[in-house]
Design a binder for this molecule. Structure first.
Ligand code: ATP
Length: 228
């Protein structure tokens, strides 16, 4: 079964078509990068995937079901302004997660944060940008969902923090078989962690497929071999 299947998907806000005629098929267990310039429609596609918007045209199925009601129990969304409380400690954030969700994997989340050297007694506002991203991702993974949707998890991070966040994501995917959909403005470095790439521009899919194949084709066109 595919993780995400879009058929003729479109979304209009008043007079703006944010997405148009999108056809997509994303296999499960992959890390999928959604890239494109500002206004390309990345956030809109992610919000459709987590049931925050409804399509204007077409369908988006997540693990075979429209993402409403019970199907949403399989999905976690981390918005760009991460849903963390600055005055809470890391442990308190984990307790909130458990309080809100009986399936929350408290022990697993504690282990992950220990591996990442994020102290449970630290307050959220004391964490670096990379640690905040790691905490938000850990909270999402602990929900034991099948799909995690991350809006710009690497934004405003330095290269070391980006590398650490991507390493953390790879560990989570290897441990749980999750599917991850993340958005990014930059393609560089994504091939470290992503296996599937979807390039959006002005609401349309320009390219989608295996990231290695796409980058190889891009290098052939732009590198020395392509210039011969
Ligand atoms: P960014 O990288 O800047 O976050 P994006 O690729 O995520 O951009 P979207 O936020 O999905 O793009 O926006 C796609 C288009 O839809 C843009 O033209 C945007 O102005 C418009 N849009 C997005 N949300 C709304 C809204 N709630 N009401 C009206 N127009 C919107």
């Amino acid at each position: 079964m595919t993780a995400l299947e879009a058929t003729g998907l479109g979304k209009r806000y008043r007079d703006t078509w944010a997405l148009r005629e999108v056809f997509l098929s994303v296999p499960r267990g992959r890390v999928v990068a959604l890239v494109g310039p500002n206004g390309a429609g990345k956030t809109t596609l992610m919000r459709l995937a987590v049931g925050l918007h409804r399509p204007t045209t077409g369908h988006l199925r997540v693990f075979g079901a429209e993402p409403y009601g019970e199907a949403l129990a399989q999905v976690a969304y981390v918005a760009q302004d991460k849903p963390l409380y600055d005055e809470f400690t890391v442990n308190e954030m984990l307790n909130v997660g458990r309080h809100l969700n009986p399936r929350f994997d408290l022990a697993g989340a504690r282990d992950r944060l220990a591996d990442l050297n994020i102290p449970g007694r630290a307050r959220v506002h004391q964490l670096s940008g990379g640690q905040r991203a790691q905490l938000a991702i850990t909270l999402a993974v602990a929900k034991r969902v099948d799909l995690i949707v991350l809006d710009e998890p690497l934004a405003s991070l330095d290269p070391l923090a980006r590398h650490e966040v991507m390493r953390g994501l790879m560990m989570a995917v290897a441990e749980t078989g999750l599917t991850v959909l993340l958005s990014s403005h930059v393609v560089a470095e994504l091939d470290e962690v992503c296996d599937h790439l979807v390039l959006l521009s002005r609401g349309r899919v320009q390219v989608a497929g295996d990231i290695e194949d796409i980058l190889r084709a891009h290098r052939m066109l732009t590198g020395p071999a392509g210039m011969m």
